[in-house]
Design a binder for this molecule. Structure first.
Ligand code: BJW
Ligand code: ZN
Length: 261
């Protein structure tokens, strides 16, 4: 198989001579909250430390929840926005960015923390938006106002209003909302064109993102899962590693030939 033997040889030493041919190999990464856990960003569903250990996900991260109590949702997202300003990419994000020296790398992320871009990844598709963008919930105009510091979570804060009288909301995708069309189309294309798909740090239960590895497997593409816990994808994946993102990703391309036998 060109992909794995090429990568193994190229990354094993004859790096410069092979670089030109290796850039034609496409690696598509699908990441979830777990890739940022080692940067100090809590995941959603960890029973002890997860963001949803203390709040109801459908109350705080759904279109219905926003309509019912925007002040509660706004307070929670202000706190998360504040928390994300002080975190840094970890060796998992950096490894994915470094793969760009050897391959055509596309990153499909469910995360809203922008840590892939900050690590240097170029082709990043945000399936669930970004917590560094805000917009009106009525006219969609971008909001650039200063946000209050929120070092500790508080119960309610009234969201600012747009000149059209709509409410300002984070530009993220909640349950019951459609994913951004361009990000979704780019992600499907990145999976369809991939030689290998690396699925890292996601519980693989939120659709349509969780359907992307299924698409890759249906195409006959190698799917490598990196997650310290088993997920609904683990049995179907070509290889499933019980390792953390920062532990596994830095050496993953070199290990692929051995992992795939
Ligand atoms: C480590 C680690 C370490 C720990 N290293 N790993 C088909 C079937 C069933 C339901 C549906 C379906 N299609 C649609 C639905 C409904 C719904 C859905 O999927 N529900 C299921 C949960 C049942 N989907 C939607 O509503 C989506 N919209 C949609 O389909 O729209 C249709 C539509 C069309 C037209 C008009 C209108 C509608 C939207 C989904 C939006 C999800 N939004 C959120 C919030 C984003 C904003 C924010 O950040 O607050 O996205 S929910 C939350 O879950 C967030 C995440 O991106 C997403 C996935 O979570 P993730 O990243 O996997 O995190 P965790 O915590 O679950 O897992 C972390 C993992 O990391 C764990 O496995 C750990 O073991 C691991 N880990 N440390 C590596 N160091
Ligand atoms: Zn507006």
């Amino acid at each position: 198989m060109l992909v794995t033997s090429g990568m193994g040889a190229g990354l094993g030493g004859r790096r410069d001579g092979l670089r030109a041919s290796l850039v034609s190999v496409q690696v598509t990464v699908l990441s979830g909250a777990g890739i940022s856990a080692e940067s100090g960003v809590p995941t959603f569903r960890d029973v002890e430390t997860g963001l949803w250990a203390k709040v109801d996900p459908y109350e705080i991260s759904s279109a219905e929840g926003w309509r019912a109590h925007p002040d509660k949702v706004w307070a929670w997202y202000l706190w998360r926005h504040y928390m994300m300003q002080s975190v840094e990419p970890n060796n998992g994000h950096r490894a994915v960015a470094a793969w760009q020296d050897y391959a055509d790398v596309h990153v499909v992320t469910q995360n809203v923390d922008n840590l892939h871009e900050r690590a240097g990844s170029k082709n990043v598709y945000h399936l669930h938006g970004s917590l560094f963008e805000f917009r009106c919930d009525r006219c969609d105009d971008a909001y650039g106002g200063v946000l209050p510091a929120m070092p500790e979570p508080v119960e309610i804060v009234d969201p600012p209003r747009c000149p059209c009288d709509g409410l300002i909301r984070p530009n993220v995708v909640w349950f019951g909302e459609a994913l951004p069309d361009d990000a979704w189309q780019n992600s499907v294309e990145a999976v369809n064109n991939a030689d290998v798909v690396v699925v890292v740090g996601t519980s693989s239960i939120v659709y349509p993102a969780a359907g992307l590895p299924e698409l890759a497997l249906a195409n006959g593409t190698v799917v490598v899962e990196v997650n310290p816990e088993r997920t609904p994808l683990s049995n179907a994946a070509t290889v499933s590693l019980r390792e953390t993102a920062a532990g596994a990703l830095p050496g993953l391309l070199q290990r692929l030939p051995a992992l795939l036998g």
